[in-house]
Write a protein that binds this ligand. Sequence first.
Ligand SMILES: [Zn+2]
Length: 57
Amino acid sequence: MNPKYAKICPKCQSLDIRTHNKLTTGFIPSTYICNNCKYEGQIFPEINLKDKENVKE
Ligand SMILES: [Zn+2]
């Protein structure tokens, strides 16, 4: 099953996002890192992949 939603980089709009798994302490949120521009942060917007197909450049 493919997820309908994907994280998108707020800086460059890349979908090439990975999760930076630090030591799990239970209260620190996951950090996401953009493989394209190396932006990292906890707040990455999610987009609907179906909508993405309809987005005009
Ligand atoms: Zn990026």
